[in-house]
Design a protein around this ligand. Sequence first.
Ligand code: FES
Length: 575
Amino acid sequence: MTARKRPQDLRSHRWLGVADLRAFGHRSRLQQMGYDRADFAGKPVIGILNTWSEINACHGHLRERAADVKRGVLEAGGFPIELPAMSLAEPFVKPSTMLYRNFLAMEAEELLRSHPIDGAVLMGGCDKTTPGLIMGAISMGIPAIYVPAGPMLRGNWRGELLGSGSDAWKYWTEKRAGNITEDDWNEIEGGIARSFGTCMVMGTAATMMAIAEALGLALPGASSIPAVDSNHPRMAAAAGRRIVDMVWEDMTPDRILTPSAFDNAIKVHMAMGGSTNAIIHVVAMARRAGIALDMERFDKLSREVPVLANVRPSGKYLMEDFYYAGGLRGLMAGLKDKLDLSCLTVTGKTVGENIAGAKIHIPDVIHTLADPIYAEGATAVLKGNLAPRGCVMKPAAADPRFLKHRGKAIAFEDYNHMMREIERDDLEVTPDHVLVLKNAGPKGGPGMPEWGMLPIPKRLLSSNVRDMVRISDARMSGTSYGACILHVAPESFVGGPLAFVQTGDEIEIDVDRRRIHLAVGEEELNRRRAAWTPPAPRYARGYGAMFSEHIGQADEGCDFDFLQGTARTAEPEIH
Ligand code: FES
């Protein structure tokens, strides 16, 4: 048990509590903003890192929620300071938000370090914001609590449920096949996103919010509350109250983020049928915490934990239904025999205490271990000569006939090449072909965009083909589905074997055996490797050049090399 801090032990005391010229300046500037000395003297200063922006509808409510957090902080005797951080709106940021996840992680860490902050409230939810904020907070190491933005309401089109992303892909394919009209498509556009909040399928946002809660970094049940539900502002205020006590208790992330906490999070990810993107983010977060997690751990736990959440794209319902069915507490209660219930969380209590009494209210939405949706977990990690350091697949979201498959490759050199070919009426393609996209990885994309669900070639759409094996070094949106093999490492841009695939080569997939194989002899591969010229770097200057120089591969979590590890960064000198 750590002793409670005293006011003079607070980090902010160096800025605000001492009797020197600099502290005079700090205090006078706070008074300039209308605060009395009594408002902050001897109180924990809580930095609210808010990823609100006017172009991020997933976080459109976070300005109001920051006010709720502040209410909670004040009630508990803290002093709240809101600090805006990069918003990373998934639909708008190009070429990919993944290019900027580490940027946000650096920003979060340095915002906290450079200011007189004792504890942090991390406000995010749209895909990369959750890992970005958490990675930064882990490296900073002060007490931090995560406030998930929460999912938006269910989409609706003429009484039919619409899921973010998933139904956009689905109806876009139907439109390309000529099965729905332009007017239908426009109506869907107006019905698919009906409120503020994150994507409401089990995409990367819902997955990462749940993972943050399962790690113990959010209040119990917080990640499932729809963004516009009145429980959401109440949760935000409760987080504000709690972070003040976390500061006094010195409840730092390293006390919460143990190997068992990460195992719990991975198991929850599997039971949720979560997004493949989570693998990259969880590996990156764990390594920031000094835990040498790798993709094999996902594969191992995937074989032990079935999918329980019947939520799209692997299942039928949406996150709003998941909340009514009992939310993450309900799911974790159903999974409790497989979890380490002794892990500590931001509440100061254990996972077991947090989920005590939780129930599943709608059994078709949240299944039990005795009656899973899919017998094995969400994610398979394959290896072989085409992906020596691994690649990932979501078997539950694929046509089962592709889980063991051998087919001829059609290779695309980059995204634009692929899009030209895919629309050709004379493309030589059958449903058994394997579509291969190169140069879409961390350096090649750049930023590893979500291009991994390659479109079905136009020529096959009219014969109702809706799934094929697709292989790339890209990621895919958590809202996507199909027999897509992703994150091939090393990527083609740096000379990974994917770079040497040619149209007509045969590729074998065997998910049961976790194998991916390019049926081309070693001699021929060596000949192609020798003839290969590395492409020119994507950026000559700026952040992009730094990104290209320091980004790790997918199996390493795509963190920057200089941000990894747990080496201590000194507190700033105050002069
Ligand atoms: Fe923000 Fe999907 S676009 S969560």
